[in-house]
Design a protein around this ligand. Structure first.
Ligand SMILES: *[C@@H]1O[C@H](CO)[C@@H](O)[C@H](O)[C@H]1NC(C)=O
Ligand SMILES: *[C@@H]1O[C@H](CO)[C@@H](O)[C@H](O)[C@H]1NC(C)=O
Ligand SMILES: *[C@@H]1O[C@H](CO)[C@@H](O)[C@H](O)[C@H]1NC(C)=O
Ligand SMILES: *[C@@H]1O[C@H](CO)[C@@H](O)[C@H](O)[C@H]1NC(C)=O
Length: 225
């Protein structure tokens, strides 16, 4: 007897409470994130969204969409996978224990490049005009094969190699200049006498040339005498 009376009363009370909750939601707003969420392929990611001020949304319908695709549907106090797009099936969840505080963030697991885009969190029964907001998900390439141009170790390695190369070049240039200084005084004469000398200079093995030149110099001295 008591049960027969109290149950409808309780239901009515719950219904009234529900209606009140929705009606009172006028001053509430759904807040996503202005900052895009960044993830790498294979990551689990949280797309943040909450109702402000704090508001129990466990009796509300909560929708997550990307463009017109249903990403996640929460209805009648439970997830409703029937309307959900197949590519999100089994990969989405809400934080149930946080929903009492208005937190309707979406967890998306095993992110792929195809998941990138603009997501909308939406509480359709909230009377507020601000009953939805957007979150952008940016997905970067797979992290496993480290892109070589981003590795700081490699960059500094290349820089050091370049520096060593430059120093060697400079040293070589200075040596070359010093060596070609002496015979440069006799260039015209020696060039006439040894037409192959220019080629010798180009292949740049100074020690050998020095010997050759000394010999040639002696030869020259003999000739001059
Ligand atoms: C909502 O819950 C998620 C998961 O715990 C958390 O990352 C996020 O910061 C929460 N948002 C707010 C506004 O509390
Ligand atoms: C993650 O998704 C890829 C396809 O995008 C799939 O091949 C892989 O098995 C998934 N990994 C897990 C742990 O579900
Ligand atoms: C997401 O929205 C921004 C503007 O809010 C827009 O510039 C961008 O093109 C959109 N991205 C996609 C994938 O629709
Ligand atoms: C969310 O993005 C859609 C387009 O993707 C745009 O029409 C809408 O105005 C945006 N909403 C907010 C609250 O920025």
């Amino acid at each position: 007897m008591i049960r027969l009376i109290t149950y409808p009363l309780l239901t009515t009370f719950v219904l009234l409470f529900d209606i009140n909750a929705v009606k009172n939601s006028r001053g509430f707003e759904v807040v996503g994130s202005r900052e895009p969420v960044r993830a790498e392929v294979g990551d689990d990611v949280v797309l943040p969204c909450h109702v402000r001020p704090e508001f129990d949304v466990t009796r509300q319908t909560v929708e997550w969409k990307r463009e017109r695709t249903v990403v996640h549907m929460f209805k009648s106090r439970d997830d409703n996978p029937d309307t959900q797009d197949l590519k999100f099936r089994g990969r989405t969840s809400l934080f149930r224990d946080k929903m009492t505080q208005g937190n309707i963030s979406l967890k998306l697991t095993n992110v792929s490049e195809a998941d990138a885009g603009n997501y909308t969190c939406y509480v359709p029964k909230m009377e507020s005009q601000l009953n939805r907001d957007n979150v952008t998900l940016i997905v970067a390439d797979s992290p496993s094969p480290d892109p070589p141009h981003l590795s700081p170790g490699l960059v500094s390695g290349i820089m050091i190699l370049c520096l060593i190369g430059l120093v060697c070049l400079a040293a070589g240039f200075i040596l070359c200049k010093r060596q070609s200084m002496c015979p440069a005084q006799n260039t015209r004469q020696s060039d006439r006498q040894y037409p192959d000398k220019g080629q010798d200079r180009v292949d740049g093995s100074p020690l050998k040339h020095r010997g050759q030149r000394r010999q040639r110099g002696q030869h020259r001295q003999h000739q001059q005498q």
